[in-house]
Design a protein around this ligand. Sequence first.
Ligand SMILES: [Fe+2]
Length: 398
Amino acid sequence: MIDRLSCGLIPAKPHTALRLPGGRLVHEEMFTRGGFDGPFTCFYHLHPITAARRVTDCPRGWVAPTLVPEGVHPLRRRLYDANQGWAALASRPRGALDARLPLLFNRDLVVLLASPALEDDVFFANNDGDELWYFARGSATLQSVCGTLEANPGDYVLVPRSLIHRWVPREGEPIEALVIEARRGCHIPDNFRNQIGQLLPGAPYSHRDFVRPSGPIATPEETPEGPASLVIKRGDRFSLHELERCPLDVIGWDGFVYPFAFAIEKYQPRTGAIHQPPTIHTTFVGPGYAVCSFVPRLVDFHKDAIPCPYPHSSVDCDEIILYLKGNFTSRRGVGPGSISLHPSGVAHGPHPGAYEASIGAVRTDELAVMLDTFLPLLPTPDALSVERHDYHDSWKTT
Ligand SMILES: [Fe+2]
């Protein structure tokens, strides 16, 4: 939810008749959050969105995340190789609906790997949560009732809960993405906004940094071609709704709920005289978690500053970091595609030698995405299959 957008044809007042030349009535759809008390968008469809021919259980999608006890105990620092997971997905080319592996989960969210190679042959609406995508590699177009939105390497893309959409990968580089399915929403932190919702001058991004969808796709004269099948996910089950026609028949909409893209390189990092906590890099938040962006930046400038992160015990947070680019000065043995999991209850910090070696450093070129959660993150069987078991011991000093 960035700000209000208005696209295409809409009537002067909500819930009033919008007629096309010839007198045909357009069909409104109120798309609301928080009951009727949260942000909303009003869509104008050429046909009723409610018309479906048939509804059945659907064998598509991904398996519900399940816990593997040995993935949690004994409690230790863990490292996963997302490259292995992405390669496994890529070995069976599929669309974004199916090409996903859940890695870690708790009651608030699910962390998945995604590697779609084909365009979705159905539309998808995820009623279990907002989806925050991070494109480590590859590009795709998001087609939705709001229009089209381009996703490029280094982009976060937020797909709101229940938004009807499908992904169309672009030819070329294979897609390697991390997806956070945020069960109770994904937002810009309130403290980045003023009392009317405008992003503050001191926020790490401005309204100009967010890319909105261009749309709508349909016109009064032309309904777009596209699948008439819609897969809806709720409670980790998938249902197939055979609609009477392609649902992208929206000729206008206005509101605050729509997908957007944000390039991580546009994140404005902060540096202190002495080392600041990782949450200084907060980018998105939701109940129970925060997503932070570590981007190239100048480091701490006190004459005696230790720029390397201090060893820490965050006693009520689990933390994962997806390493993307650059030299990760605090860690050995991690590279692009590594995902570290540092559970609460176990101290973590720089690898031996990195702490001392960082003194005098002026800048860092690291690029990484961090997720902090208040509930423990539970590994799935797929996480276990890509785990590197020597990670915890890599802090040994003798
Ligand atoms: Fe940490």
